[in-house]
Write a protein of this length. Structure first.
Length: 254
């Protein structure tokens, strides 16, 4: 049910065990349906959005916005996705992530995507999210990179963590895709294909997105926003390299 060494909770094992024992797993009932924050915000200046800040007891450095391509800065745009408010759409051709708002608007964030061999298109659902997640490299990663063995029990959260300040966990058909939307200390990777399949965001941006997501959230990864551009071929299954050992204990289920 729980991997005590890694601090991971295997929910499917828990459910199976409960069923075998003739028990019904109890989860707290929600008083009302959780809804995402889809109101159109008034954004401050880039210098203010990406200023240094203390969050959850961690000091995040400022992003040097003068060195960041202006098109990759968080901004409000006309929604090009034709999706309902609260949906997330990633355009791999432009390295944009859109969070759809009300009134045919969207927040557009710059992102880093998978390098050659780790790209994919398709749809999934955010089922968990976590602020300042512990990063635990999977055994296969430690095997390739023995220097990571010191983090076998988890790397404490912090600004230098590969998962950054927030992580949102994508599932499909109830299964963990091992695909994440997460922060990164490597601000210069934004706008490039540099990850092992996950979507990297500036820490200040993923904090903003994390706060807007509430309840299971649909995510569509497309290679273009042009109408019909994604109809030519079937979705490409994720080939992401596992970045962690699963959803960490304490993550919020949506």
């Amino acid at each position: 049910m729980a991997d005590l060494r890694s601090g991971r909770l295997n929910r499917r094992a828990f459910l199976a065990g409960a069923a075998g024992a003739g028990l019904s797993p109890a989860f707290p009932a929600l008083a009302q349906e959780r809804k995402p924050n889809t109101a159109v915000p008034e954004l401050v200046s880039p210098a203010s959005m990406y200023a240094a800040l203390v969050d959850g007891g961690h000091q995040l450095p400022a992003i040097p916005v003068d060195k960041l391509n202006k098109r990759l800065v968080r901004q409000i745009v006309i929604d090009p996705t034709f999706e309902k408010p609260g949906t997330i759409v990633v355009d791999t051709s432009t390295h944009y992530l859109y969070f759809v708002l009300e009134g045919r608007k969207a927040i557009r964030y710059g992102v880093s995507l998978g390098k050659a061999g780790f790209e994919w298109t398709g749809s999934a659902t955010i089922q968990f999210k976590k602020a300042w997640p512990v990063w635990t490299p999977p055994p296969e990663m430690i095997k390739r990179k023995p220097e990571l063995a010191k983090y076998a029990d988890g790397m404490p959260p912090g600004p230098q963590s590969p998962l950054g300040a927030r992580a949102l966990y994508l599932f499909k058909n109830g299964q963990d895709t091992m695909y994440r939307l997460h922060g990164t200390p490597e601000w210069s990777s934004i706008g490039k294909n540099a990850s092992s399949g996950c979507v990297r965001m500036l820490n200040q941006d993923v904090i903003d997105l994390h706060a807007r997501v509430s309840g299971p959230t649909n995510v569509h990864v497309r290679h273009s926003m042009y109408l019909g551009a994604n109809m030519a071929g079937a979705s490409k299954s994720p080939t992401t390299e596992a970045i962690d050992s699963g959803v960490p204990e304490g993550a919020e289920e949506l």
